[in-house]
Design a protein around this ligand. Structure first.
Ligand code: MG
Ligand code: MG
Length: 290
């Protein structure tokens, strides 16, 4: 079961998404050789505090509760890296994933940055991973079901000679960070059987491809959180929170003015003057599907 959101709710989620976007700008400005992942995490925590936003990652249950407001994963680390004393070095890539809740609504987004100059192959990994996220968002506007998008994503990555991670998937998002449905970046018999879902207005999902230069397999590190590639080769991760509206995909964690989305919603998340919620808003509100 997943919940469809009204235009008004999506506009609220855009406000949360803009805070996540701003947190990423704080991080982007800090990424350079010598900075520690802990320093980046502290700056993002400060950004959330200034906006009165609640960090979503801190305290997530596990063998140890997740101790930071960001997951920061370097080089062969795929996702769920714990920020700390590690200093970034020239030629590293660093994936920064963070989310917050603002006025009861969640946003979640990840970006992988090059630290200084990286090798041509690693740069291509970043381009392919951000490219496959862009492709997915584009196709969300023209496809009927998620499985079509997921299949195109997997093909795009395979043709680039890289692998899509299959152990982790995207997710529905709204009042909670992790809601139904699951949003895989690949097609599987399971997705075709039971996990597929319609791309209809009101759907809000976090789309988050993880792409490896080498094989798709990942392993857990002894800190109980960090996931790294089994073959030790680099991995990248990009994520946006995206709503489907009756005017197309709306990237809720994009820069102000760059969310695309419906004309009726201004980039700052306000309903534009004279635009009214769609007539079936009441129906969409809290409506459960499947
Ligand atoms: Mg995330
Ligand atoms: Mg996510």
């Amino acid at each position: 079961m997943h919940i469809l959101r009204s235009n008004r709710e999506i506009a609220q989620m855009r406000k949360a998404g803009l805070v996540v976007w701003e947190a990423h700008q704080t991080a982007r400005a800090l990424v350079r050789p010598g900075v520690t992942t802990g320093e980046i995490d502290a700056a993002i925590e400060q950004c959330f505090r200034e906006h009165g936003a609640i960090p979503l990652f801190k305290g997530v249950p596990g063998k140890i509760p997740f101790p930071a407001v960001t997951c920061i994963s370097v080089n062969e680390e795929v996702v769920h890296g714990i920020p700390g004393k590690r200093a970034l070095r020239e030629g590293d890539i660093v994936s920064i994933d963070t989310g917050c809740k603002l006025d009861g609504w969640c946003g979640d987004s990840a970006v992988t940055y090059a630290v200084g100059k990286v090798s041509a192959e690693v740069q291509r990994l970043l381009d392919v991973t951000s490219g496959v996220l862009e492709l997915a968002i584009e196709l969300m506007g023209t496809s009927r079901r998620w499985s079509e998008v997921a299949g195109a994503m997997a093909t795009y990555v395979r043709r680039a000679g890289f692998s899509v991670v299959e152990n982790f998937v995207g997710h529905g998002i709204g009042r909670e960070m992790h809601e139904e449905p699951q949003v895989p970046n690949f097609q599987s018999p399971q997705l075709r059987r039971s996990g597929d879902f319609a791309l209809e207005p009101g759907l809000v999902i976090a789309v988050e491809p993880m792409v490896n230069i080498g094989g798709k397999h990942v392993k857990s590190l002894p800190d109980h959180w960090t996931q790294a590639t089994a073959d030790g080769k680099p991995s990248a991760h990009f994520e946006h929170t995206v709503a489907i509206t009756d005017k197309g995909p709306y990237i809720l964690t994009a820069a102000p003015g760059e969310g695309r989305g419906p004309e009726g919603l201004r980039p700052n998340g306000q309903l534009a003057q004279g635009s009214k919620p769609e007539g079936d808003e009441a129906l969409a509100l809290g409506r459960k599907v499947r």
